[in-house]
Ligand binder design. Structure first.
Ligand code: NDP
Length: 491
């Protein structure tokens, strides 16, 4: 027996492993006590004279006060964006590109600070904010900086022109990354923007305002109005806007669509999902288990394209579920700032209640629940990674977006049945296929009504790859060359 093998046999059993705490220092972030609105390149006091507190979901500790923008504040922000548009859109595209490159560089330079801020304000594990959110946010600015002076080549024989003022509303699951998805292509195309971050995660957007100042973004090109849903509604209702881009729930997406009807304003909607992650019997099972775990427990399942419906070929159901449960027992739930943490805090009390309600419906409707033994912190909002087996397609947990760390397992026998079940949803954002046959992945991808289909992987993102939905998951694409089109008109 070789030395390494000998050592391996002497290692303690899995349950014997204890991880020492490995906390990331939070000293690198210093939030101000109170933030105003970012309008015309300056932080301004809201006319509404009203503020709310942003709290950390993992400790319930107040982090900072943030302005609640009213209709007048929103109007000022739109005016500032309109005022800056004529100049910004006439800049030499290569000069605009430099501004985007500078933003990307500053995001990289301040990535540790921003990652810690994101984990504090939103509850996501530091290893995700540090290794996924921040690098991808910077990559989006780099990517679209590259397009800024090549729009004529992106759309040959058409004359691309910016739209004007883009109103952009983002959710709480990837605050900085969604901001980057929205702002980078808009600026690259010569638009100015007014962005509304989510109520529970406004702080990295306020730090981004500082990034803009550092990167010398001209005043008025980027404006940020914080507040609750009413601030978003004021923004959509404002008649000075030329474009709306929204990511969030299908319900609010529909309300925005109704509001814009007849106004001739281009709209992109990136809404919910109930993605099928489909595992065939010939797939590499251990690799598939990692993909399933990443698909649903990444970011506490607060992911619109999460693989929340696991479709398993019947012949391997028991084996796969056994492996999955064993893997789930190793997930570390807790302090988002601990570098060992896999699953952080649920973003808000309201979201926790929504998850609890749907999980209760799963048990009531007859599905079988499994949750690994897990000690949760006493303060804050937490939910144990959960899997349901014996799930029927009619169950609410198989139909509704839970937006939490909850997986529903269903089975199929043939590829045709897998396709039918995968498509049996009102959503159509993403899907995953696990098989050793490349031809089967292509066959499935052709038939799945989903904007993104991953083959032998899940939750992979790249700025050059378009992302968006079918059916009630929305319309329009973000990312890639397609993502530019949403911010252009053609002469
Ligand atoms: P919302 O759709 O309410 O929030 C998304 C954004 O829209 C937030 O900035 C929100 O502001 C804003 N908003 C809310 N109401 C309006 C309005 N009438 N007009 C304009 N903007 C508005 O999502 P929730 O936070 O309420 O989450 C509810 C459910 O939505 C989740 O359980 C999940 O299923 C789904 N969801 C899906 C997301 C996705 O990426 N597809 C992202 C987030 C949620 P504020 O935060 O201040 O309310």
């Amino acid at each position: 027996m070789g030395a390494v093998e000998k050592q391996r046999t002497q290692l303690p059993a899995r349950d014997g492993w204890e991880y020492a705490p490995a906390p990331e220092s939070r000293e690198i972030v210093s939030f101000k006590d109170r933030y105003g609105l970012f309008i015309g390149g300056k932080e301004v006091t809201p006319r509404s004279r009203s503020w709310f507190t942003s709290v950390s979901p993992s400790t319930e500790e107040p982090l900072a006060e943030v302005a609640q923008a009213g209709a007048k504040d929103v109007a000022l922000a739109v005016d500032a964006a309109r005022g800056a548009f004529a100049d910004w859109s006439s800049w030499k595209p290569s000069e605009r590109a430099k501004v985007l490159f500078r933003i990307a560089r500053v995001l990289q330079e301040r990535s540790r600070e921003l990652a810690v801020a994101e984990s504090l304000d939103g509850g996501k594990p530091i290893k995700e904010s540090r290794d996924v959110d921040l690098p991808l946010a910077a990559a989006h600015f780099f990517y679209y900086a590259g397009w800024a002076d090549k729009l004529e080549y992106a759309f040959p024989n058409r004359r691309p022109r910016p739209l004007g003022v883009a109103a952009q509303i983002v959710p709480w699951n990837f605050p900085l990354l969604m901001l980057a998805w929205k702002i980078a292509p808009a600026l690259a195309c010569g638009n100015t923007v007014v962005l509304k971050p989510a109520e529970t995660t406004p702080l990295t957007a306020m730090l981004f305002a500082d990034v803009c100042r550092q990167a010398e973004v001209p005043p008025g090109v980027v404006n940020i109005v914080t507040g609750d849903g009413s601030t978003g509604a004021h923004l959509v209702r404002n008649h000075g806007i030329d474009k709306v881009a929204f990511t969030g729930s299908t319900e609010v997406g529909k309300a925005i669509q109704r509001e814009l009807a007849g106004r001739g304003i281009p709209l992109t909607l990136e809404l919910g999902g109930k993605a099928a992650n489909i595992v065939f019997e010939d797939s590499a099972l251990d690799q598939a288990v990692e993909g399933i775990v990443n698909g649903i427990y990444f970011n506490q399942g607060h992911v619109c394209c999460a693989g929340s419906r696991l479709l398993v070929q019947e012949s391997i159901h028991d084996q796969l579920v056994r492996k999955l449960k064993r893997r789930m027992a190793t997930l570390r739930v807790g302090d988002p700032l601990d570098k060992n943490t896999d699953v952080g805090a649920i973003n808000s009390k309201a979201q926790l209640e929504r998850i609890e309600e749907l999980v209760a419906s799963g048990t009531e409707e007859g599905a079988e629940i499994y949750q690994p033994p897990c000690r949760l912190p006493e303060k804050g909002w937490w939910f144990v990674p959960t899997v349901f087996t014996n799930v029927a397609q009619s169950h609410r947990i198989a139909r509704e977006e839970i937006f939490g760390p909850v997986l529903s397992v269903l089975t199929f026998r043939t590829p045709d049945e897998a396709v039918e079940k995968a498509n049996n949803t009102m959503y159509g954002l993403s899907a995953g296929v696990w098989t050793e046959k490349g031809s089967r992945i292509l066959w499935m991808a052709d038939r799945l009504r989903a904007g993104v289909v991953w083959g032998n992987t899940f939750n992979r993102f790249d700025p050059s790859s378009p992302f968006g939905g079918y059916k009630e998951s929305g319309f329009g694409r973000e990312g890639g060359r397609h993502g530019l089109e949403a911010y252009l008109r053609f002469e």
